[in-house]
Design a protein around this ligand. Structure first.
Ligand code: PLP
Length: 419
């Protein structure tokens, strides 16, 4: 008999969930397990593997970087992969983002963004300290990111660690004006340093979609009142909503943009927080106290930067946009089939993200059905993780239409299992 695993897994209830499968290899859209099964990775391993697992260009870049320069302290030296990546990111990102700060995860990208906004005002001697965020948002699990995220099941025990922020309601269809009015009222007070939003889609908050028009209006209000606009594109970036960054669909140039997940094509951890010239300039001073005081040991790890450079090469040289367009079309067609089916609610899609809620009596993240269905999907060879009663797919761009059919057929069956 083997002893129980000492591993403590993330977002995993060890008392209720059986031991997960052991994955020994991953290729393309599939995870291969130690017991010989192939699981279709329909959520891109937590929304990261945009091109699928083991893309040869990324694998080669990682191998080469590991052999030539594995790691170096970035506060003291620079290196070509980081320099090249920063130049390419600035060229690709919405206009006005001129500087790139590296970190290691989506959460740290957001922490850095919040610190940049507060630091810029503080360094200029301007008393703006309030952050405004959207109800239902998820920005990560560190202290700052939990503070700007929705308060509830994910962070209730840690409330003593969290700071207060201003909240605007989610701009649900038909209620957009209430969101804009709420932000206008908060911003008018003149103490708002920044508004942070997930552009177009709230991810972990239930794959809720809002319009580019609202996004553009929120940016306009922020600008009018002198508050910075932070776009957390950790999930929505790298083509997830159909365009490279979701902000593009609203013609919005944020003051700060957070990127991670698909930045390396999902192979190794890396994050980038892009900032405007004004925000960089507020930290650029002969006064050393105005330095941007943030670091982590692995800032701009060369292997990760090389993987990201390879990812951008894939975007330039392979038909990624066409793959995204086809995938978005297939998913939209399948998700529409749930319309009018009383077992489902609110079928929706945005780019490569498709979601539908089950009509269950106990909605929410802790809904029993979520756990039950995770097992059900695994038995069908599908890696899916419902957000409570919300079923969603966010597959890698190499997925085929037939593979997607398996996912959506399983969604249909899931309604009966749930009932
Ligand atoms: N921001 C958004 C919008 C996210 O969806 C996530 C993760 O899902 C994060 C931040 C946190 O990223 P990470 O899990 O890499 O820390």
């Amino acid at each position: 008999m083997t002893s129980p695993s000492p591993v403590w897994r993330p977002f995993f209830q060890h008392a209720l969930e059986p031991d997960p499968p052991t994955v020994v290899r991953a290729q393309g859209a599939y995870l291969h397990t130690s017991d010989g099964r192939a699981l279709l990775d329909a959520i891109s391993s937590w929304w990261v593997t945009t091109h699928g697992h083991g893309h040869p260009r990324i694998v080669a870049a990682i191998r080469e970087a590991a052999e030539s320069l594995d790691q170096v302290i970035f506060a003291s030296v620079t290196h070509e992969p980081a320099e090249r990546l920063a130049r390419e990111l600035v060229a690709l990102a919405p206009a006005g983002l001129t500087h790139v700060f590296y970190s290691d995860s989506g959460s740290t990208a957001v922490e850095v963004a919040l610190k940049m906004a507060l630091g810029a005002f503080s360094n200029r001697g301007v008393a703006r300290t309030k952050i405004v965020a959207m109800e239902g948002a998820y920005h990560g699990d560190t202290i700052g990111t939990m503070s700007v995220g929705e308060r509830g099941v994910f962070n209730a025990p840690y409330a003593p660690l969290l700071f207060e922020v201003g909240r605007i309601p989610f701009p649900a269809a038909g209620r957009e004006q209430a969101t804009l009015d709420a932000f206008e009222a908060l911003a008018r007070a003149g103490d708002v340093a920044a508004l942070i939003v997930e552009p177009l889609v709230l991810g972990a908050g239930g794959m809720r979609i809002y319009t580019p028009q609202v996004l553009a209006e929120l940016k306009r209000i922020a600008e009018k009142h002198g508050a910075y606009f932070i776009a957390d594109e950790v999930m929505t970036g790298w083509g997830r909503t159909g365009t490279l960054f979701a902000c593009e669909q609203a013609g919005v140039s944020p003051d700060i943009l957070c990127a991670s997940k698909g930045l390396t094509g999902g192979a190794v951890p890396l994050a980038a927080t892009l900032a405007s010239e004004e925000i960089f300039a507020a930290h650029h001073s002969s006064d050393r106290a105005k330095t941007f005081f943030h670091s982590s040991s692995y800032t701009a790890n060369p292997i990760a930067c090389a993987a990201a450079v390879a990812n951008l090469e894939i975007w330039r040289e392979e038909p990624v946009t066409e793959r995204i367009a086809a995938l978005s079309r297939w998913q939209a067609a399948r998700i529409r089939r749930f319309e009018g089916d009383p077992r489902f609610r609110a079928p929706r899609a945005c780019g490569t993200i498709a979601a539908v809620d089950l009509a269950v009596p106990d909605p929410g993240y802790l809904a029993e059905v979520g756990l039950k269905l995770r097992r059900f999907f695994l038995e069908r060879g599908l890696l899916l993780r419902p957000l409570g009663d919300t079923l969603y797919a966010m597959p890698p761009y190499c997925v085929t239409e037939a593979e997607l059919d398996r996912v959506f057929d399983a969604f249909e069956e899931a309604a009966d299992v749930a009932g």
